[in-house]
Design a protein around this ligand. Structure first.
Ligand code: CA
Ligand code: CA
Ligand code: CA
Ligand code: CA
Ligand code: CA
Length: 344
């Protein structure tokens, strides 16, 4: 059974398969491909320019040795940082370093299990290295996400391993550079990767790839208790691997958690406050090809003028067409909210 409807000038359609209705949307833009064959792209982050949102940057990892790639909002590559096998990337704004405020980009470097750190030069729209030294993380390092604790003005990076071990590292200024120390360790149980922190809610969401999405307390001195958001069991909505996790944060404190359910090429949505499952969508072929085998995702609610007035989502695509390489797709996320009847 097929149903079509026209909404905000975009063709959206649902397809019924078994008992599940899955929304299909089409991408609105895509980045340049990574110039390396195989499974090379993994995880994106988005840096919002402080005064001109059109000058914001999409940052993607190249996990086979290319480090980071930096794109403009049209997806054109502006910078390549070939600094190692970078798996996941995240960022936070305005860390005080000396007498300056610096936006910090962190990435997990699997070449030598270290933490890669960069500052963002807003004027030049370029990343520059800012790590005080080689900063070890943990063996078989894999996923990464950042956390800003506004109450104490502390910046943290969570790094996890292929064996499900987590470290929470606190960043600190060292001259005009940044260093980090481990302040918490815990075990999730099996392979983890995707994670994201809701700073306001002090909530750390973790994807245990074959099992579930968990919510932990992000505070460094919190007990390692957790609640399940969704699972890969028959009653859950995820098909392993659980990959990227991202948050759409609204100004009123509400919003959505979005996950990449890699095994069925879908993205699942949850209410930010309750954790309740709200629906799923796929990115189908349109003018721009659809996505599958997605690793990392990112979502921002920041308005980007007329092109993305309600923010956008960035999605790693395992098979770009017609290039047969990999890249990142960009989606006007309100198409999903409109189709699912969700506020934004
Ligand atoms: Ca990321
Ligand atoms: Ca993975
Ligand atoms: Ca991945
Ligand atoms: Ca594709
Ligand atoms: Ca394409």
């Amino acid at each position: 059974m097929w149903r079509t409807l026209l909404l905000t000038g975009t063709l959206l359609f649902f397809t019924a398969c078994a008992n599940h209705q899955t929304l299909k949307v089409t991408a609105d833009a895509e980045t340049d491909v990574i110039m390396h064959e195989g499974d090379v792209a993994d995880d994106p982050a988005v840096w919002i320019h402080p005064s001109d949102p059109y000058k914001s940057l999409i940052i993607g990892t190249h996990k086979k040795g290319g480090g980071l790639e930096v794109y403009n909002l049209e997806g054109k590559r502006l910078q390549t940082l070939e600094d190692g096998k970078f798996n996941n990337v995240d960022l936070r704004y305005g860390m005080k370093i000396g007498d300056k405020r610096v936006d910090i980009v962190a990435a997990s470097n699997r070449s030598d299990d270290t933490l890669a750190l960069y500052g963002v030069d807003a004027q030049k729209r370029r990343l520059y290295p800012i790590a005080a030294k080689s900063i070890p993380t943990l063996a078989k390092s894999y996923g990464l996400c950042m956390y800003y604790d506004a109450k104490n003005a502390n910046y943290y990076v969570f790094v996890n391993s292929k064996e499900g071990a987590f470290v929470q590292m606190q960043l600190f200024a060292n001259g005009d550079k940044v260093d980090a120390k481990i302040v918490r360790r815990f075990e999730v149980g099996s392979q983890t990767e995707g994670c994201v922190v809701d700073d306001e809610e002090q909530a750390l969401y973790i994807g245990e790839e074959d099992v579930a999405i968990w919510r932990y307390d992000a505070a460094f001195d919190a007990p390692n208790l957790r609640t399940s958001i969704d699972t890969t069991t028959k009653t859950g909505h995820l098909v392993s691997d659980v990959e990227g996790l991202a948050l759409y944060l609204r100004d009123n404190g509400e919003g959505y958690l979005i996950a990449s359910s890699q095994g069925n090429n879908r993205y699942t949505l949850y209410d930010r406050k309750s954790g309740n499952y709200l629906g799923a969508f796929e990115i189908a072929d349109g003018v721009i090809d659809g996505t599958n085998d997605t690793d990392g995702i990112e979502v921002v609610a920041s308005p980007i003028g007329k092109i993305y007035p309600y923010g956008f989502m960035v999605i790693q695509d395992g098979h770009d067409e017609p290039s047969k390489m990999q890249n990142f797709k960009i989606l006007r996320i309100e198409k999903v909210f409109n189709a699912l009847g969700l506020d934004y």
